[in-house]
Write a protein that binds this ligand. Structure first.
Ligand code: GMT
Length: 382
């Protein structure tokens, strides 16, 4: 198949999923065309089946807000026409689903019918999409997509709860490439981070409010009262400087390392003993799955799709949003006993294997085929 993928090219979860999916599809022999405003963060190698089409946004001085959605729709028309794509798969509804809808309508005037699949990732439904600024467009463009997928059962339920959706939503969970995300021998790095055998806790995110990164620091401060430990904070975003300030105010700054954006996340996870994800909302929790694949148990909130990933008492523990004391107590429980920690580590990896790329990718492949066929039948019936 010739597949067009639209996503945010940043380190955010939806962009990561879209890029890893595109790479895997290219490995399977499909031709994959990324249409984004920048080279996707993880699209960092050459493959004869991978193409990148940049969306250039004209910044005419009249525009206070350059019309990105129009630039994207025009680029999609161009790419679909000239590359003869079979399907467009857009990740994150805003504004990708509506741009794809517009492109689809324009392409019909050229006699081209392209099916559009929208994958819902999280805040496009749970946060941003519910803002009345966008809600009518989000509802319309989901209903006008030929196929719709969500990354967890919970997100599917939320979508039906908050929007008037007439379409079937197929749940295809996020996935992990266990060849990349696995425990790496990084003992020298661990010694440098935790020279006295301290436990290493980790958090990776884009430091947006929804991630509750202050709670990561607060949980860690409480863990530190009980056991020697270090905290690795990976990523960058609006809340990062506040977190640094908080760790100074709590007097624990010497035990917290802010590493900024990192490519080799698996190496950092490989020296970690526990992953903290105290998010306000999390439709799936890809970062937690990456940790589990590197044998790192997870203490998280019980929000959104997290209970579908983190198994209570097996791969880690789940507490209510904001329950800093509860999460700290559970973290200490896992970390204070070496044998118990090893049991949780093994279980984290065992569960991550259920989300292995090779298990999940065919679900997308089959869904593409189904939607392409369905769209052909509709054309014939029209
Ligand atoms: O940052 C992004 O690219 C999307 C982001 C979001 O806020 O919607 O992440 C979501 O998509 C990820 C990939 O499917 C999920 O693993 C995250 O749980 C989800 N984030 C939230 O729901 C907050």
């Amino acid at each position: 198949m010739k597949i067009g993928i639209v996503c945010y090219p940043t380190f955010g979860g939806s962009g990561v999923v879209a890029t890893e999916l595109g790479k895997a599809l290219a490995d399977r022999g499909h031709q994959v065309h990324f249409v984004t405003y920048n080279q996707p963060a993880r699209l960092d190698f050459f493959s004869e089946n991978l193409f990148y089409h940049e969306v250039a946004v004209s910044n005419y001085p009249l525009f206070d807000y350059p019309p990105y959605e129009l630039a994207l729709a025009s680029r999609l028309v161009d790419v679909v026409r000239f590359e003869k794509l079979d399907v467009l798969h857009v990740h994150y509804a805003i504004p990708h689903a509506s741009a794809a809808f517009m492109a689809k309508q324009i392409l019909l005037t050229y006699g081209i019918s392209i099916p559009v699949i929208t994958t819902l990732h999280g805040t496009d439904i749970t946060l941003v999409g519910q803002d009345s600024t966008y809600k009518p467009v989000v509802t319309f463009s989901i209903n006008k997509s030929d196929g719709v997928t969500a990354v967890s059962e919970h997100l599917k339920r939320d979508t039906y709860k908050y929007f008037k959706i007439e379409k079937d939503i197929k749940v295809i969970p996020n996935f992990i490439d266990l060849n990349r995300f696995s425990l790496k021998p990084k003992d020298h790095f661990k010694k440098a981070i935790a020279p006295n055998g301290e436990r290493v806790l980790a958090h990776t995110s884009n430091f947006r409010k929804v991630k509750n990164t202050d709670d990561v620091v607060r949980i860690f401060a409480k863990v530190l009262e009980k056991i020697p430990a270090k905290l690795l904070m990976v990523g960058d975003g609006p809340e990062r400087s506040g977190c640094e300030k908080l760790s100074r105010e709590l007097g624990i700054a010497e035990h917290v390392r802010f590493l900024g954006k990192q490519d080799a996340i698996e190496e950092i996870l490989s020296v970690s003993d526990l992953f903290l994800m105290p998010s306000q909302s999390e439709s799936f929790g890809l970062a937690a799955l990456e940790a589990m694949a590197c044998k790192v148990p997870v203490v998280s909130t019980n929000t959104g799709g997290l209970p579908e990933l983190n198994v209570e008492g097996v791969t880690g523990f789940l507490k209510d949003v904001g329950d800093v004391d509860g999460m700290a107590e559970r973290a200490v429980y896992i970390l204070e006993d070496e044998e118990r920690l090893q049991t949780f580590k093994e279980a984290a990896l065992a569960h991550a294997k259920n989300f292995e790329l090779s298990n999940i990718m065919p679900e997308y492949e089959n869904y593409y085929k189904e939607i392409i066929e369905q769209s052909k039948q509709e054309q014939l019936g029209a």
